[in-house]
Design a protein around this ligand. Structure first.
Ligand code: ZN
Length: 435
């Protein structure tokens, strides 16, 4: 198997630049700025949108929606929606805690679903945004301290730790990272890294992140391991495919949402009006009516792109007995009560992949395992568009260091590119022509 080292390196660089969802948005915007995309603001009138024009808009700094206006009028919307946040620890207020007169540790809480033990004994840092007092009011500024700043030390087995610890650790007591000796101030460090003054910091959204860089491993370099493969692998693939693919009939849209890991119910999450607001403004900017917009949504398609579970080498019995998904086997279509997929939307995506020569796998939860959900169904309550849930197969989901297949990065980019280019025509509820 040929590993595309260049594309894997680009993915690792993207992950490196994306320690938080705000940084993910900045990294995606930087790629689009290089290609000459126009940045829009929800606070302004977008006026008339140019056929062939390429635009993006952000909300709350942490969600981005990019779109390309088709040349030949609007037939439908072709949307890919991954998420840009990942489970981690969030820094709380007045975070420094002195311990035993000799240490400073940080007060944190868990963001999303992760086993805190997996975060023990690895170099971590802090990134996010500082909300600063200005002469006129307040202004948020991104910050990334970008050094090995702290470690959450585990308890030695000799002192009752390790395998003797039966229960999940108490996150208020047992998973606080060690950051320095007495008198260490995280906010001083953050202010310095952001080029700001400590006394100007009013508030903050700061998160811990794993400092490890991605790596290619395996006897034949067939695997990758990196932080945040869920879901920055899909976010990276979506942005790459979105920028590469043209579609003269459909408005192609790439929406990287924040807050999927905590239920999507924020102003910038998939359960907000953001996507619908953008689609409506696109129609208005093209001189179309509300009816045209409704029709283009029903004539469209959405890939809800969020990583999927591969068969685990040590727990093969955890996967459904007949639908087996493996690393490097290509994009996974997810079925189940937590997903938006139905037989029809799965068939359309399978057909697109087949035509593009990209392998596809099917995932069903083992019947005794509840499994997860994605933003597909949540977004569907705001924009009810034909949707399929897909993802890159991976292991160790929600760990600070996750494992995937090296060939699947390119597989997903190829599948998404083919999707964006596809000419889809819904003939009826159950019939879709794919060209
Ligand atoms: Zn995810």
């Amino acid at each position: 198997m040929e590993t595309n080292y260049e594309i894997v390196k680009q993915l690792f660089d993207f992950i490196d630049c994306s320690p938080t969802s705000c940084h993910t948005v900045r990294a995606a915007a930087a790629l689009m700025d290089q290609e000459g995309y126009t940045r829009l603001s929800e606070l302004e009138d977008w006026g008339a949108l140019t056929p062939g024009g390429r635009y993006y808009v952000t909300r709350s700094m942490s969600t981005v929606i990019a779109f390309r206006v088709p040349e030949n009028g609007l037939k439908g919307f072709s949307i890919v929606a991954p998420h840009g946040d990942s489970p981690c620890f969030k820094v709380k207020g007045s975070p420094e805690m002195r311990a035993d007169g000799h240490y400073t540790k940080l007060n944190t809480e868990i963001y999303g679903g992760t086993d805190p033990r997996l975060w023990y004994d690895r170099p971590l840092s802090v990134a996010g945004r500082l909300i600063l007092r200005t002469e006129q009011g307040v202004a948020a500024k991104l910050v990334d301290i970008r050094k090995d700043l702290m470690v959450i030390p585990s308890l030695a087995p000799h002192m009752g730790g390790g395998a003797q610890q039966q229960n999940r650790p108490d996150p208020q007591r047992e998973t606080l990272p060690l950051i320095g000796r007495e008198e260490t101030s995280l906010l001083e460090l953050a202010a310095e890294a952001a080029g700001a003054k400590r006394e100007d910091i009013l508030s903050w959204d700061l998160y811990l992140y794993n400092r490890a860089r991605g790596t290619v491993f395996g006897a034949d370099d067939e695997f990758i391991a990196a932080p945040k493969l869920d879901d920055l692998e899909c976010a990276f693939a979506a942005v790459k495919a979105f920028m590469a693919a043209e579609n003269p009939d459909n408005c192609t849209v790439c929406a990287v949402f924040d807050n999927e890991e905590v239920g999507s119910t924020t102003r910038q999450g998939a359960n907000s009006t953001f996507l619908m607001d953008v689609l409506q403004r696109v129609c208005k900017g093209m001189g179309l009516t509300e009816f045209d917009c409704m029709r283009a949504i029903q004539q469209g398609f959405l890939l809800s792109a969020d990583n999927a579970h591969a068969v685990h080498p040590n727990y093969p019995e955890k996967t459904d007995p007949t639908s087996r998904t493996y690393l490097n086997g290509g994009p996974v279509i997810k079925f189940g009560s937590g997903y938006a997929t139905d037989g029809i939307t799965a068939g359309v995506f399978q057909h697109i992949c087949e035509k593009a020569g990209v392998p596809v796998q099917l995932f069903y939860n083992h019947s005794n395992i509840r499994g997860g959900g994605t933003l597909g169904k949540i977004s569907g309550s705001q924009v009810s568009i034909p949707t399929v849930d897909i993802g890159v197969p991976q292991l160790a989901m929600h760990s600070p260091y996750e494992t995937g297949g090296a060939a699947d990065v390119q597989h997903m980019i190829d599948a998404m590119t083919a999707f964006y280019r596809a000419k889809l025509t819904w003939k009826s509820d159950g019939e879709c022509v794919v060209k």
